[in-house]
Design a binder for this molecule. Structure first.
Ligand SMILES: Nc1nc2c(ncn2[C@@H]2O[C@H](COP(=O)(O)OP(=O)(O)OP(=O)(O)O)[C@@H](O)[C@H]2O)c(=O)[nH]1
Ligand SMILES: [Mg+2]
Length: 368
């Protein structure tokens, strides 16, 4: 019995516009890093330091999001995260309400970016006051940039403390991190601390940008594809928010993902390949999957592996399921390509591990 295969076989991804809607919906609700800071504060430098990409690569042709901000999607082709870069701050009458509204539809973190050497922050403080008053943005972090541009250490600490006080006078106590994107000897300083603090607010940051050691070649291979798998997972999670398409769209998204992954492992994507993967995942897997799918209750898939992700929404379950399926598929394709055997148990363990691993990110993504 290869029910997973049967489910997929009935679907033709090319002929199914539902999944297109899901990708669009997902792209509109990306977790968002909101950068608030004066011209020259280091907002673009921060995006570059995190992503390791230059401005163009982060998101060529930024998406217009509000009148006063530019949005860069990351990665550009398979976006899972957005950076909203304020540009209206230079205007004396910057009104952050449109930017606040933009952040409300997605999980987000507000980063207040200030050059340590620059005490003139009146526009930023004015905007912060309004944001505070709105009561809608809670997750915030103050980033002191260019700290080594102030050479004297005592002076440096004084500058940082001054900006910190100015901000706290408006916002209240606020966590902060002091960095330099071009520190001593041209090496960035405190980038890891920035990632950790940002990751506390948006778990996806750690998933995307933390330096992760890979124990073997298979994991390294997957890490190259992880962002793409997350992109498909995001689309699958978005399906549930679109009435009447979730049932068809979720497996369609997964099918597209398997197709793309197989190709990237140098395998020809055929029905047979799919059947064999489904068989390798194991009969129980397929049966559970198909029956639950019929109920449109993907969330109920979770107890299949004996876990309790209390209160997980269908969107979270679809996200995690798709991610874990992609992870397991990569392992399968890797072994297949090398002519090495793989057991159902190995695959399922990989699936379960990936599922558990991605829950915090899925919650973050789908917490609105
Ligand atoms: N040494 C040092 N230079 C920095 C740092 N951050 C930014 N800069 C420099 O400051 C200048 C402005 O930085 P950007 O990142 O472009 O600033 P921005 O906030 O994006 O500015 P706008 O796009 O004009 O709003 C650039 O020349 C950067 O190289 C830092 O941490 N250390
Ligand atoms: Mg910039």
């Amino acid at each position: 019995m290869k029910i997973l295969d049967h489910v997929y076989r009935r679907l033709n991804p090319e002929a199914n516009p539902a999944s297109q809607t899901a990708f669009e919906r997902s792209a509109q609700q990306l977790p968002t890093v909101w950068l608030l800071g004066k011209t020259g504060a280091g907002k673009s430098s921060l995006i570059r330091a995190l992503t390791g990409l230059d401005r163009v690569e982060v998101g060529s042709g930024f998406r217009p999001c509000t009148l006063t901000a530019e949005q860069y999607d990351y990665p550009a082709q398979t976006p899972v995260l957005a950076f909203m870069d304020t540009r209206g701050l230079a205007e004396a009458d910057y009104d952050p309400s449109a930017d606040i509204a933009n952040c409300e539809s997605a999980s987000h973190a507000l980063l207040v970016v200030m050059k340590a050497e620059d005490p003139e922050q009146s526009q930023v403080l004015k905007a912060l006051k309004q944001i505070k008053r709105s009561g809608r943005i809670r997750e915030a972090l103050l980033v002191h940039t260019g700290i080594y541009q102030v050479e004297n250490e005592i002076e440096r600490q004084r500058c940082i403390a001054h900006n910190q006080q100015q901000v706290e006078a408006v916002w209240g106590t606020l966590d902060s991190v002091a960095v330099d994107f071009n520190g001593p000897d041209g090496v960035p300083a405190n980038l890891e601390a920035l990632k950790e603090k940002l990751g506390e607010r948006l778990p996806i940051i750690l998933e995307l940008f933390r330096n992760q050691g890979h124990s073997d070649a298979e994991e390294r291979n997957f890490s190259e594809l992880k962002r793409e798998v997350m992109w498909y997972a995001g689309a699958a999670g978005a399906c549930d928010a679109i009435p009447a398409v979730g049932l068809v769209a979720v497996p369609t998204v997964q099918l597209k993902m398997l197709h793309s992954l197989a190709n990237q492992y140098g395998l020809e994507y055929t029905r047979r390949l799919l059947s064999e993967f489904a068989a390798a995942m194991g009969t129980g897997f397929g049966v559970q999957y198909a029956s639950r799918l019929g109920l449109r209750q993907l969330a109920k898939l979770i107890p299949v592996w004996g876990q309790t992700v209390g209160g997980a929404s269908a969107a979270v379950a679809s996200y995690c399921f798709t991610y874990a399926l992609g992870r397991a598929a990569c392992m399968y394709f890797y072994r297949l390509k090398r002519g090495e055997p793989i057991t159902s148990q190995e695959l399922r363990e990989r699936f379960k591990q990936a599922f558990d691993h991605i829950v915090p990110v899925a919650r973050d993504e789908k917490s609105r």
